[in-house]
Design a protein around this ligand. Structure first.
Ligand code: MN
Length: 302
């Protein structure tokens, strides 16, 4: 039921046809159902080529991005906010051209370290703009995911509860919360509980380790996280996100502070992540089935 995906930056830093083929064909070969394509610079993606390579590999796609200080939709400068709205609508249009199903990421604010908390007026403005972006996306059948990230990457969404509240404020059918285990590990008191509380508002899920390297080689409790995903019946994409100084995208690498080499063989990393994810999901569904069976038997016997 869940599409299992991988972020293109585990494979390549750019998007020439050769790079697109490496990421798309490599992911398909390893068994992945989808590739998440970063689209910070809309002029860097050849949509016709991307669509063709995706179709040849029979693999789905999603698009992600982070806004920056020049197109931040929480900005008090109306020109900057307008640039952000135009940019997001363009990304949605291009996502549709490549056949993507979702546009997600840090699209509610800039992806940067803010030096002050978000004001209520800034969050309202973000919600108003996102409502119009969602209306544009709905016409194209695209779902919008608002990514909850750590305090050093946004001052708008740092917890799942804030994500649910912003989705309510936007009030569109096609807006959902996008959670990420790397960020939850920093900000949530209890990641598994936060997933339960998000429930059917969860629309997109990133799995990444505490240091963004190989899954299982850091400090995140993936058992609890996958059990929560199974318990809420989450059916959306689960996308592996990992970054190393081995693969460099100049914009994204500097914004995310990718200074260390956590791995050098992207293919081995992605093969391992696919096996790790499918094995954990399979086990979590078995646990969820056993819990329900036990509860039902208890109710019968009691
Ligand atoms: Mn993420």
């Amino acid at each position: 039921m869940n599409k299992i995906g991988v972020h293109a930056l585990s494979w390549v830093g750019g998007w020439s046809e050769a790079e697109a083929r490496t990421a798309i064909e490599g992911s398909a070969r390893l068994g992945y159902d989808l590739v998440e394509i970063p689209m910070l610079d809309t002029s860097a993606i050849d949509t016709a080529m991307t669509r063709r390579v995706l179709q040849e590999a029979s693999i789905a796609a999603t698009v992600s991005l982070g806004l920056d200080p020049t197109n931040d939709i929480t900005s008090s400068d109306p020109d900057i906010a307008q640039r952000g709205e135009t940019h997001l609508k363009t990304v949605v249009t291009l996502a549709n051209e490549i056949g993507a199903t979702h546009v997600c990421g840090v699209i509610h604010s800039a992806m940067k370290k803010y030096m002050e908390p978000a004001t209520d007026a800034a969050i309202d403005q973000s919600a108003d703009i996102l409502r119009r972006v969602c209306a544009h996306a709905e016409g194209l059948g695209i779902e919008i995911g608002l990514e909850v990230v750590n305090r050093y990457e946004s001052n708008v969404l740092n917890t799942a509860a804030q994500g649910v509240a912003l989705c309510d404020r936007v009030g569109a059918k096609n807006v959902k919360v996008h959670l990420d285990t790397y960020h939850m590990n920093i900000e949530e008191a209890d990641s598994a509980h936060a997933i339960m509380e998000t429930g059917d508002r969860l629309g997109y899920f990133h799995i990444g380790e505490s240091h963004r390297g190989y899954l299982g080689s850091g400090s995140i409790d993936f058992d609890g996280i996958f059990r929560s995903l199974a318990r809420i019946g989450y059916g959306g994409p689960i996308v592996f996100e990992s970054f190393s100084s081995e693969v460099v995208n100049p914009q994204l690498s500097s914004m995310l502070g990718i200074w260390r080499n956590l791995w050098s063989d992207g293919e081995d990393l992605c093969r391992h992540a696919f096996q790790f994810t499918t094995a954990h999901l399979h086990a979590a569904r078995k646990v969820d089935g056993l819990v329900k069976q036990t509860a039902a038997a208890g109710a019968r016997d009691g």
